[in-house]
Write a protein that binds this ligand. Structure first.
Ligand code: BG6
Length: 478
């Protein structure tokens, strides 16, 4: 795998006064720096706010104190000496200011609202900042990439006026999570899984990302996006492709991404008249989570009274290839559910019932939250005089207590600086994912989401996606 070269480089955060920068990017940079992992990279914050350098540094420092438990004044002081701030907008005329401030190799991180990605990429390109002369130039674009199939294509075209596909790093922070990366390692580094990793042996796959949080002040974005765009189209589709892909021959970004796209291409289209059988949406009402009363979505500040936004979305996908034909993949995610709980759960088919007189199946669980763990749910003899079975869990938490654990943003910032694109999305992945979900988005432009109580398992209607004999796992129960 690539290592970060020791040449000097610059990271320019465009949108440096925003939420993503203060909550996730600077804490990630700070931690990498504190762990002596941060390379020879200077940091430039760029945003429209007419702030001085001191104001910007004070803002970052104040947020680090809030978000970083191990905040250390001395570490911050040395890191701060590498940070500068430039105020400007997204026009080429203004972005040109950066030219004399950056090193030949530079990474531009668009920490902006999605509707500004195109303007920023164009402005940078027009200012000549995308041109690689003596070093590399890279562009990191956050999700969602486009709003649907057509707008994603239009955004790609705007970006590609100045940037080659090789320079574009479409980030999905779920690809920086340990459990996501372990999906590949555990699957392909262990021989015993491959023989059963197909529809002959796998009965169903359930991917759940449940949250207890609501919209947390992001209503402007969230009310336009909804759960399908915010979570399923990107994060859950990524978990799905990594679960379903065939083994790549090498750890090469292009090979890996080609295999992911192959999975997406094989997904059976959801026909417009089948949307209700393949997708379900919900919106939370008032309820209670962990003993705390919480307001309904429509009562959240800023949310229009007649909003039809989905705060819960579930889809069923079939992969019509040799490996997976006949195995349903169920994906769901929602806000204000019973628990913060995320997992990829794979159920194997029953063993023949003759021997034990009952149906017995195994689950293999890759859990992301509340702990990072792989559980094998198996059967063993119940101790005693009878020959009886009972369920056991072979639990394998894979992090040791004293190991440093890196957040997704730490992992991905380092990958982008190294120039390793394996954990970034190629355009055709994004495109295929929008293609799969477009009929659902179109159907959901009308009608209403089904209400569910905050603190519950989500809307009852999600059950209609399940084929006979399947039922959703309980969110929050290991
Ligand atoms: C973001 C979504 O991409 O992922 C948020 O926009 C969501 O709505 C978040 O809460 C979940 O990520 P994590 O890492 O906190 O599980």
């Amino acid at each position: 795998m690539a290592v970060v070269s020791q040449e000097a480089s610059t990271i320019v955060i465009i949108g440096a006064t925003g939420d993503l920068t203060r909550r996730l990017l600077f804490p990630a940079i700070y931690r990498l720096y504190a762990l002596s992992e941060w390379p020879q990279t200077q940091i430039i914050g760029y945003a429209v706010e007419d702030w001085t350098q001191e104001q910007f540094l004070a803002h970052i420092e104040q947020n680090l104190k809030q978000f970083e438990h191990n905040y250390d004044e001395t570490v911050w002081k040395t890191l701060a000496s590498r940070i500068s701030y430039i105020s400007g907008d997204l026009t080429a005329a203004s972005l040109t200011q950066l030219k004399s401030k950056i090193t030949p190799s530079a990474l531009f991180y668009l920490a902006l609202p999605p509707q500004l990605f195109g303007d920023a990429a164009e402005g940078l390109g027009h200012a000549g900042l995308a041109t690689e002369t003596q070093g590399w130039r890279r562009l990191v674009v956050e999700k969602p990439f486009g709003w649907d199939f057509d707008s994603a294509k239009a955004l790609r075209e705007r970006i590609h006026q100045y940037w080659n596909e090789d320079q574009v790093y479409r980030i999905d922070h779920f690809l920086g999570k340990e459990t996501t990366q372990n999906l590949l390692v555990f699957r392909f580094a262990n021989r015993f899984l491959e023989p059963v990793w197909n529809s002959n042996h796998v009965r169903q796959v359930q991917i759940t990302v449940g949250e207890t949080l609501g919209v947390e002040g992001r209503w402007r974005y969230y009310d336009q996006a909804g759960a399908l765009r915010d979570m399923i189209q990107n994060h859950l589709m990524q978990l799905f492709t990594l679960t379903a892909l065939d083994a790549p021959s090498t750890w090469d970004a292009e090979v890996l991404r080609e295999h992911k796209v192959e999975v997406l291409r094989a997904v059976r289209p959801i026909l417009p008249n089948q949307v209700d059988d393949f997708a379900c949406r919900g919106q939370y009402n008032a309820g209670s989570i962990g003993g705390q009363n919480v307001a309904g979505y429509l009562e959240e500040p800023g949310i229009p009274q007649d909003s039809r936004t989905d705060t819960f979305a579930a889809v069923k996908l079939y992969v019509d290839n040799w490996r997976w034909h006949g195995t349903p993949f169920y994906l769901r995610s929602g806000k204000r559910l019973a628990a913060r709980y995320s997992e990829i759960a794979i159920e194997l088919r029953d063993v023949p019932p003759g021997l034990f007189g009952k149906s017995l199946s195994n689950w293999l669980i890759f859990r992301m939250w509340p702990d990072q763990c792989i559980d094998v749910v198996a059967w063993a003899k119940a101790p005693g005089l009878q020959l009886d079975t009972r369920q056991i869990i072979l639990a394998t938490p894979y992090e040791k207590v004293d190991e440093p654990d890196y957040t997704a943003y730490e992992q991905l910032l380092m990958e982008a600086l190294k120039g390793d694109r394996a954990y970034f999305l190629r355009f055709d992945e994004v495109e295929e994912s929008w293609r799969i979900l477009t009929p659902v988005l179109q159907a959901w432009s009308e009608g209403q989401p089904e209400p569910y109580a905050a603190g519950s398992q989500g809307p009852a209607g999600q059950e209609r996606l399940m084929i006979p004999g399947h039922s959703w796992r309980t969110i929050g129960l290991n």
